[in-house]
Design a protein around this ligand. Sequence first.
Ligand code: NAP
Length: 300
Amino acid sequence: MSSSDSLTVTIVGGGNMGTAVLRSLASTKANIRLATRSQATLDAYAASHNAEPFQAPDATHRACVGADIVVLALKPAAILATAAFLAKDAADGTPRLADGTVVVSLAAGLSLAALHGALPPNVVVIRGMPSTPMAIGSGTLSLAAADPAHKASADALVALTTLFEPAADAVVTVPEDAMHAVTALAGSGPAYIFAMAEAFLDAGSILGLEPQLARDLVRGTIVGAASYLASHDDFPATRLRTEVTSPNGTTAAALSVLDERNWRAILVDAIRAGAARSVEMGKALDDMAAAAAAEPSTDA
Ligand SMILES: NC(=O)c1ccc[n+]([C@@H]2O[C@H](COP(=O)([O-])OP(=O)(O)OC[C@H]3O[C@@H](n4cnc5c(N)ncnc54)[C@H](OP(=O)(O)O)[C@@H]3O)[C@@H](O)[C@H]2O)c1
């Protein structure tokens, strides 16, 4: 695969994740193409992010011609339909993707086995779990390949890591069976922090702070705490919490309420529920993929 500078990356899907990936790559020198169904999304993002626009589904094939990397940022069922469409030309049965094209599915739960079954055998299939902060070059991207030691997969993982490292706080490769935990922890993770921000705002309101003042304080507190934690190499969450917690002080009073209500166990249970849902979705999607594999290909 060529260097990141000359890569052509096609993003199929212009929703939350597709546009986050589009924005994350805006600062790279890769050639970006965006294929999405809605003209409004194309108008809003393609021009402002210097991406070549393609209206899906008709132009999905054209958007993928000559692409080194195709990022499928679609809901899982739409990924399966698009994969079937890309797998073979309706007229002559040949794959619509060039040999060695790296296809990255961002769908939660959709297994590599299901993706391999749906996509043509000449492509390299990677599962990715991003998070929406990638839109500002932050957050995480976790990658998995069925056989990460295989040369084509290993090369693809290196290329994707190099491409996305400037666009995230962490780009990691994990075994596929860790993807359920990764999804619940890091893919969904920003939502838990946003929910916490909402609760902070509720507290500010109950304690009589003006909404704008409360927003400024909550933003500064969450951004400040995250940046401070990130500024240390050894991730000293416990030490930094202890530093803020004087014995018998205000922080201790607040944390004792959280501890009395066993908030850590609640959060752990919540993340386990997310992982369990990912397993459940994966099983349903495997069944859907098996059923789709028995169908003739149709346009996505
Ligand atoms: N949101 C997250 O934080 C997050 C995190 C990690 C992973 N993911 C994964 O990312 C994937 C996308 O999620 P999302 O939140 O971005 O969903 P979304 O906001 O609903 O976006 C999906 C987009 O796909 C477009 N679309 C549907 N069919 C299409 C087709 N055939 N060709 C081109 N575009 C098509 C839709 O276009 P129209 O609007 O025009 O219909 C829509 O904009 C999901 O599989 C999800 O599991 C999401």
